[in-house]
Design a protein around this ligand. Structure first.
Ligand SMILES: [Fe+2]
Length: 321
C-alpha cells in the first residue's frame, strides 16, 4: 500500500541509498526524466540522470537529492528549475528532500519529492476555493474576470496564476497569517484585471510602445481597482491592486508611493509579477534563464523592490541563487 501511494504520487519521487544509487523511482519520475526504471535502478543517480556531471557550470549541485546526501542539507520545499531532457523546456518544481531513516534512527538513504508547480497551482486554487466555500461563487466571478482577460491575451491568464502562486509562497515565507496568505493569492489572480480596458492592439504589441500607448497601460491599476471596488467582499484587495506598480524607491505609478507607504501585499505582488514576466517567453523576447532573473531581482532590491520581499523570495528559490 505504501509503495502504491508513492507510485500514485502526481510528481516524481526518487530514493537513493547512501552510495547515491537509485533504489526507487516512481511512475511520474519515469515520465519526467524520460527513462524506464529498469534502466536506472541500482545505477548512481549522477550517471543515470546527469551523465556523471554532478555540478553545473557554476559549481552548483544539479540534483538536490545528491546535495542532501553529500552536504546533509535537507530541502524543505524550495523552487527548482529542472530540465528533464537536454532540449526540453525547464519546468519549475517545488522540491522536498530528506533523509530516509531505519527504525533504529540510522540513515539509509535520501528521498526527493518533486511537485510540478503547474499542478500545485491547480491544488492551491482548489484549496483556496474550499476555504472560501461560503463565497466560492463570488470567487468564481474573479476567475471569470481573469479568463476574460486571458481570452484577449493568453499570456496574462497563465501569468496571473503564476504570480498568485509566487505571491502566496512569499507571504507564507514572510510569516504572514492565513488570511493574508489567501489574500496574496487572490490579489495575484486579479491584479491585472484592469487590462480589460487596454486595447488589444497595445496589449499584444510586439516591440516597444509609444508614449501614448504606455500611458494607456499605466491606467490599468486604477481601472482594476475601480472594477473590483464594486465587489464588497473584495474591499481588502482594492488598495493592493491599485498599488501593484508602485516602486519601493517612489518611482512607480499611479501615486508614486514610497517604501512602507505601499501596502505589503502590493510590494509582494511587484516581486512575483516581475519574476514571472522575466522568466516567461513573450512575443517580443525569450524568457531569461532563472539565475539571470534572480540577479535582476537582487540588483533592483531597495530600488524597484522591497529588499525584505526579495530576500523572502530568494529563500524560496533556495540554493539556485
Ligand atoms: Fe500589472
Amino acid at each position: 500500500m505504501a509503495r502504491l501511494a508513492l507510485e500514485s504520487m502526481p510528481g516524481p519521487v526518487v530514493i537513493t541509498d547512501l552510495a547515491g544509487r537509485i533504489v526507487y523511482l516512481n511512475r511520474a519520475g519515469e515520465a519526467a526524466m524520460g527513462v524506464r526504471r529498469e534502466e536506472v535502478l541500482h545505477r548512481p543517480l549522477v550517471e543515470a540522470f546527469y551523465k556523471g556531471e554532478k555540478f553545473d557550470a557554476k559549481g552548483r549541485y544539479r540534483s538536490p537529492v545528491l546535495e542532501t546526501l553529500e552536504t546533509g542539507k535537507e530541502f524543505p520545499g524550495g523552487i527548482l528549475e529542472i530540465r528533464a531532457f537536454p532540449h526540453a523546456l525547464p519546468k519549475l518544481y517545488l522540491v522536498h528532500t530528506f533523509f530516509v531513516r531505519e527504525e533504529s534512527g540510522e540513515v539509509a538513504g535520501v528521498c526527493g519529492i518533486y511537485n510540478d508547480l503547474m499542478q500545485s497551482r491547480e491544488l492551491t486554487r482548489k484549496a483556496v476555493l474550499n476555504r472560501l466555500v461560503t463565497i466560492s461563487q463570488q470567487f468564481e466571478t474573479i476567475y471569470a474576470f481573469a479568463e476574460a482577460i486571458g481570452a484577449r491575451d493568453p499570456y496574462t491568464m497563465g501569468h496571473c496564476e503564476k504570480v498568485a502562486e509566487y505571491a502566496r509562497l512569499i507571504a507564507e515565507a514572510m510569516g504572514l497569517g492565513e488570511k493574508e496568505i489567501s489574500l496574496a493569492y487572490i490579489c495575484g489572480i486579479v491584479h491585472d484585471v484592469g487590462k480589460i480596458g487596454v486595447p488589444e492592439s497595445i496589449l499584444n504589441k510586439p516591440g516597444s510602445l509609444t508614449k501614448e500607448e504606455f500611458a494607456y497601460i499605466t491606467l490599468h491599476p486604477e481601472k482594476g481597482a475601480s472594477i473590483l471596488s464594486h465587489i464588497s467582499w473584495l474591499e481588502d484587495v482594492v488598495p493592493v491592486v491599485l498599488a501593484h506598480h508602485e516602486r519601493y524607491d517612489g518611482g512607480g505609478y499611479p501615486m508614486g508611493l514610497k517604501g512602507e507607504e505601499i501596502p505589503l501585499l502590493s510590494r509582494i505582488l511587484a516581486v512575483a509579477d516581475a519574476f514571472d514576466a522575466m522568466t516567461s517567453d513573450r512575443s517580443y523576447r525569450k524568457a531569461l534563464p532563472l539565475p539571470v532573473a534572480v540577479q535582476e531581482l537582487k540588483r533592483h532590491a531597495g530600488k524597484q523592490f522591497d529588499p525584505q520581499v526579495v530576500e523572502a523570495f530568494l529563500e524560496i528559490i533556495g540554493h539556485l541563487v
